[in-house]
Design a protein around this ligand. Structure first.
Ligand code: UT7
Length: 319
C-alpha cells in the first residue's frame, strides 16, 4: 500500500451560451462543413457577461465537491490551470477560494496553456504525496473567447470556454495517480502564442497559431508521452480502459489512436460539443465520461495534452 492521490470527484461548468458552427458562419468567413471536416467541432460555449474564468472554475469546483461528497472546508490546496486569468494577478485560484468560502488554504495558478491541467494535477499529486496538503481541488478553466482574434477564421472557430475540476485526496491504496510525465520545448513559442503580455506590450494580446505545424508536433509528442507515462506506471497500452485526451481536433485524436494501435472506442471525445477549451478540456471530458457511466471505479485512465510552449504531458490514473 502506498499513499496516492485519488480522484474523489469530478465536476464541470460551461457558459450558458452554446454557439453552433452555422451561427459562427453568420459573422466569420467559414462554414459548418469546413469546421466539421477539418476539426470535428460542431458547437462551443462562449462566456457572456458575468461569466469569467474564476466563476466557471468555482462552478466546476462546486460540482466536483458535490460528487465527492466533500465539504469545501476540507480543501487545503487549490491549483488552477489557466492562461486566461480574471486578472494578471492575483491568481484566479484565490478568487475561487473566496467564492467557495475557504478562509485559508494554499492557492495558486499554473500556466501551461492546453497542457495546464496535466501540469496542475502533477504538481498537486506531488504536494499530496509529499504531505504539503491532504485534499486538493485541481481545476482547468478558460475563457479563450476573450483572447481570440475574431477576424482570424483560422483560429477563432477552434476554441470554446469552460471549466473542469477534480477533487484529489491523499489516500492509502491501489487507486489514484500512478505516474505522470511532463515536457516543454520553448523553441516552438512562435507556432502557438499570444501576441501581448504585461511585460512586453502591456496589453492582453490575441492568440496566434500556425495550425499545421502544431498538428504535426501534437501527434508525435502525445504518442510518445503516453508511452512514457504508461512505462513509468508499469502498464501497457493493452491495459488502458480509457484515454481522455486534450480536445483540440478530432483528426489529432484519430491520428494518435491509429499511431498507437488504440481502439477508437477507448477514446473520450467531446471536441464536437466543447471545441478546444485549452486547460479545461481534459477535466471537462473526464467529467462527461464519469457522469455518463463510461469511466468506472478501478479503470485505468490516461489523461494527455499538448499546447503552447510547446508543453505536453500525460498522467496514468487508476480511477
Ligand atoms: O490546443 C493546442 C493545440 N492546437 C492544435 O492542436 C491545433 C492543431 N491544428 C489543427 O487543428 C489544424 O491545423 C487546423 C484545424 C487549425 C487547420 O486545419 P488544416 O487542415 O491544417 O487547414 P489549413 O490551415 O492548412 O487551411 C486549409 C485551408 C486554407 O485555404 P487555402 O489556403 O487552402 O485556400 C485556409 O485559408 O482552409 C482555409 N481555412 C478555412 N476555411 C474555412 C482556414 N480556416 C478556415 C475556416 N473556414 N475557419
Amino acid at each position: 500500500m502506498s499513499l496516492r492521490s485519488v480522484i474523489a470527484g469530478t465536476g464541470s461548468a460551461l457558459p450558458a451560451r452554446r454557439v453552433s458552427n452555422a451561427e459562427l458562419a453568420e459573422t466569420v468567413d467559414t462554414s459548418d462543413e469546413w469546421i466539421v471536416e477539418r476539426t470535428g467541432i460542431r458547437f462551443r460555449h462562449l462566456a457572456g457577461e458575468g461569466e469569467t474564468t474564476a466563476t466557471l472554475a468555482a462552478g466546476a469546483a462546486r460540482a466536483a465537491l458535490a460528487s465527492a461528497g466533500i465539504d469545501a472546508s476540507e480543501i487545503d490546496l487549490i491549483v488552477l490551470a489557466t492562461s486566461t486569468p480574471d486578472q494578471t494577478f492575483p491568481a484566479s485560484a484565490t478568487i475561487v477560494q473566496t467564492a467557495l468560502g475557504i478562509p485559508d488554504c494554499i492557492a495558486f495558478d499554473v500556466q501551461a496553456v492546453c497542457s495546464g491541467f496535466l501540469y496542475a494535477i502533477t504538481v498537486a499529486d506531488n504536494m499530496l504525496r509529499g504531505g504539503a496538503a491532504r485534499c486538493a481541488l485541481v481545476i482547468g478553466s478558460e475563457t479563450f473567447s476573450r483572447i481570440l482574434d475574431w477576424e482570424d477564421r483560422g483560429t477563432c472557430v477552434l476554441f470554446g470556454d469552460g471549466a473542469g475540476a477534480v477533487v484529489l485526496r491523499a489516500e492509502e491504496g491501489e487507486r489514484g495517480v500512478l505516474a505522470s510525465r511532463l515536457h516543454a520545448d520553448g523553441r516552438h513559442n512562435q507556432l502557438l502564442y499570444v501576441d501581448g503580455g504585461p511585460s512586453t506590450t502591456g496589453t492582453v494580446g490575441k492568440l496566434r497559431m500556425r495550425g499545421k505545424e502544431v498538428f504535426r508536433h501534437a501527434v508525435v509528442n502525445l504518442a510518445a508521452v503516453m508511452g512514457e507515462a504508461l512505462d513509468a506506471a508499469g502498464l501497457s497500452f493493452e491495459e488502458v480502459d480509457w484515454v481522455v485526451p486534450h480536445q483540440a481536433n478530432r483528426r489529432i485524436l484519430d491520428a494518435t489512436a491509429r499511431k498507437l494501435g488504440l481502439s477508437p472506442d477507448k477514446i473520450v471525445i467531446t471536441v464536437d460539443e466543447h471545441a478546444n477549451t485549452s486547460a479545461a478540456s481534459v477535466p471537462l471530458a473526464l467529467d462527461v465520461a464519469v457522469r455518463d457511466g463510461r469511466i468506472a471505479r478501478g479503470d485505468i485512465v490516461v489523461l494527455e495534452a499538448m499546447g503552447g510552449g510547446f508543453t505536453w504531458g500525460a498522467s496514468v490514473v487508476r480511477f
